[in-house]
Design a protein around this ligand. Structure first.
Ligand SMILES: Cc1cc2nc3c(=O)[nH]c(=O)nc-3n(C[C@H](O)[C@H](O)[C@H](O)COP(=O)(O)OP(=O)(O)OC[C@H]3O[C@@H](n4cnc5c(N)ncnc54)[C@H](O)[C@@H]3O)c2cc1C
Length: 266
């Protein structure tokens, strides 16, 4: 059995700065870290490995610095690490990210069993990448898993959080789940595993390695959306109290959001 966990390196959002002239994210201004939601995906995968003895692989897409989160995953208990890294993947939106990860998974192992993603990221925050990977792979998925009920060599049964209900779903492999924060308490990286994994190679996957290596399907060219601009919200705005009825308070709030550029009027 082979389980692949998708993990992303994200900026420490408290420290991100935006270039006021170009609107480009100043990545050098931001410390980076593992997407916090992916720690839950990793903990889920490691527990499955402990129970079934499966092979466990971590996959990320990003710049070479993303090797750091793969090394961290290995120090938690992951066996192998792969990084999809190529300039031609740059500028990818959710669609292109999902497609690239799906292609990366096919490159690593056509016979994978289970893919595990976090619920969402703390930078892009869309929660769409997991489902889009499953669609590109043509496999079923369950998002927002709150509990693993049963796991065997053939199938997995989970509880899906539908806010007012918990839905019990069983799926045969291959399939994908995205897991909720709090499904398990993530473990800390182990010094022993960190030392043991130091000599392990984190393999880089480029566009040329993928089953589909048409550059138009990746990065900005393969993206359906274009970012027109990005700006830093005014973090000094703390609180304001509006007088009047609901409608006039809503109007004042709307005007404030427009004047502070949280909302754009076209
Ligand atoms: C037009 C456009 C251009 C963009 N250009 C850039 C850019 O140049 N650089 C940039 O950093 N971002 C860019 N982005 C943002 C980028 O599209 C998103 O960060 C990316 O699609 C992932 O979406 P998300 O963060 O919302 O993931 P979510 O859907 O919230 O993530 C859910 C889960 O999917 C998995 N996952 C998500 N992303 C990755 C990944 N990269 N590797 C492994 N697993 C992953 C994780 O398990 C994660 O918990 C751009 C977005 C748009 C719309």
């Amino acid at each position: 059995m082979h389980v692949i966990v998708c993990i992303k390196q994200v900026p420490d959002s408290q420290k991100v700065k935006v270039d006021p002239k170009t609107g480009v994210l100043l990545r050098s201004s931001a410390d980076t870290k593992m997407n916090p939601y992916d720690l839950y995906a990793l903990e889920t995968a490691i527990r499955i490995k402990e129970q079934t003895g499966c092979r466990l692989t971590a996959l990320s897409m990003g710049p070479l610095s993303a090797k750091e989160v793969i090394a961290e995953a290995m120090a938690m208990g992951v066996d192998d690490g792969y990084l999809l890294s190529d300039r031609r993947f740059g500028g990818a939106d959710v669609k292109a990210t999902g497609y690239t990860l799906a292609q990366g998974i096919k490159h690593i192992d056509e016979d994978y069993d289970l893919i595990i993603c976090g619920r969402q990221t703390t930078d892009g925050d869309t929660a769409q990448v997991g489902p889009s990977v499953s669609e590109y792979l043509g496999i079923p998925h369950v998002s927002w898993c709150r509990q693993i009920d049963e796991i065997s060599e053939k199938e997995i049964a989970v509880k899906q959080n539908l806010n007012e209900y918990l839905l019990t779903v069983a799926m045969e492999y291959p399939c994908l789940i995205t897991v909720e924060k709090g499904i398990y308490q993530p473990r800390l990286p182990s010094y022993r595993l960190q030392k043991a994994s130091e000599k392990k190679e984190i393999r880089i996957i480029t566009l040329d390695d993928l089953p589909d290596n048409d550059p138009d399907h990746y990065g900005a060219s393969g993206s359906a959306t274009q970012v027109e601009g990005i700006f830093e919200p005014n973090s000094e705005l703390i609180s304001e109290v509006y007088d009047g009825d609901g409608l006039s308070s809503a109007r004042q709030l709307y005007d404030k959001l427009v004047s502070e550029k949280f909302v754009e009027v076209r």
